[in-house]
Design a protein around this ligand. Structure first.
Ligand code: AMP
Length: 395
């Protein structure tokens, strides 16, 4: 069932959104990207004659109500973006939301209080899901960031809407982008994996080895591979217990004819600091006491050339400590090369928290094909795992 074709006329739609936005100490929203992301779905339902009941989590409340995690702080801003006054229920279950939902008219929006004020949400409690379900006729899931969790509002609830459940536009576009990469990648397909640790990325690398032509490794995880090959890595970040896995991935890449590209040079620093002394060395000759914090110029040139020649690109994780100016060249060059390749017709997907921050930092988000909003959910989907929130609707 597609949101595009569904007839919402006179229907109450319960929409799971991801309004987990950052708030400052004055409880003002400092980044409303996630709220904006849900607007196409909300507006579609309203404009086709339905009403919208919004449910979300915000932060990590421990035991019940906490002022700083109340969704009431979002009411004004959601109203402004939606162009209509949003009603607010100070609980997500019980008589209050039930009455308010009953009286909701076509074109109106009701926002429910934080789902995680009830521990049943994260536990995936069925009665809790049934109570939420009783508020509406249709269920729409548009919260990709929590699709990998089997929570009451993201997965369990779907069974109460056997004929009337669907994804919102946001999840739909996330799935379309990832499926394009997993199922129908145009060759050459290059994946660029970076970030601090290889342990977070082993499963996705294994899944990608079945599909890619080029696999670029960068960032802190490089040094586990370099050490596994017998190189000198000085004080660089390393996972000693993953050396065997790194060797195994190198072998698998060879067996599958994947071009595995490890950096050949790097910028090393005498301490982990924005003002550290730096120099350039071969990747496997990091002096004792020094640490590699970015890829070097030779590696940048090689990696950027490969990216520019690619037709499908997946990027997850920075090439160095891009938060510090001295160590951002690698990450910035990769971001620019991806934008260039996209301009020449490649399909590019950027996912995972820090590469998303990087692409935003360099103001290139609108020059790539798709920027995923779903950190952990995106990684799990790309690993080939089933996400409870997706399976609950797609089957
Ligand atoms: P991840 O969350 O695994 O994608 O890791 C992202 C973090 O890895 C960023 O904050 C980077 O600063 C950090 N990082 C990237 N390269 C290195 C490196 N060579 N040494 C230490 N940390 C790094």
């Amino acid at each position: 069932m597609k949101i595009e074709n569904y007839n919402f006329k006179k229907k109450k739609a319960l929409v799971r959104v991801d309004f987990n936005v950052p708030l400052n100490s004055e409880l003002e929203i400092t980044d409303d990207t996630r709220i904006r992301g849900a607007m196409p779905t909300i507006k579609k339902i309203l404009s086709s004659g339905g009403s919208v009941i919004l449910m979300s989590h915000l932060g990590r409340p421990e035991t019940g109500f906490e002022e700083k995690f109340s969704l009431k702080h979002l009411v004004k801003h959601v109203s402004k973006l939606a162009g209509t006054t949003v009603k607010f229920s100070n609980d997500c279950i019980g008589n209050v939301p039930l009455e308010m939902a009953k009286n909701l008219k076509s074109g109106e929006i009701l926002l429910l209080e934080n789902l995680r004020f009830h521990k049943e949400e994260k536990k995936g409690n069925e009665e809790f899901a049934a109570e939420l379900a009783s508020l509406a006729d249709v269920y729409v899931n548009d919260a990709f960031g929590t699709a990998h969790r089997a929570h009451a509002s993201t997965a369990i609830i779907a069974k109460f809407f056997p004929e009337d459940k669907m994804f919102g536009y946001l999840i739909e576009s996330e799935l379309n982008s990832m499926d394009k990469i997993l199922e129908d990648p145009q060759s050459p397909f290059t994946a660029i994996m970076g970030g601090a640790k290889v342990s977070d990325k082993i499963l996705i690398i294994e899944n990608l080895l079945e599909r890619v032509d080029n696999l670029v490794i960068g960032g802190g995880m490089t040094y586990t591979f370099v050490k596994a090959k017998g190189g000198k890595i000085g004080a660089s970040i390393v996972e000693e217990d993953k050396l065997d896995i790194a060797r195994d991935l190198i072998e698998k890449a060879k067996a599958k004819n994947v071009n595995l590209i490890l950096p050949t040079d790097n910028i090393v620093a005498d301490k982990f600091d924005a003002n550290a002394s730096t120099k350039e060395t071969p990747i496997d000759e990091v002096p004792d006491g020094w640490m590699g914090l970015d890829i070097g110029q030779e590696s940048i040139n090689k990696i950027a050339d490969i990216i520019r020649e690619s037709k499908t690109i997946l990027w997850n994780g920075p090439m160095g400590v891009f938060e510090m100016e001295k160590f951002e060249a690698g990450t910035k060059s990769v971001a620019l090369a991806i934008a260039e390749a996209t301009d020449k017709g490649a399909f590019s997907l950027i996912g995972g928290g820090d590469s998303v921050s990087a692409i935003n930092k360099y103001k290139l988000a609108d020059q790539v094909s798709f920027v995923s909003t779903g950190g952990g959910a995106m990684l799990e989907y790309m690993e080939g795992r089933e996400l409870p929130g997706i399976t609950a609707i797609r089957g």
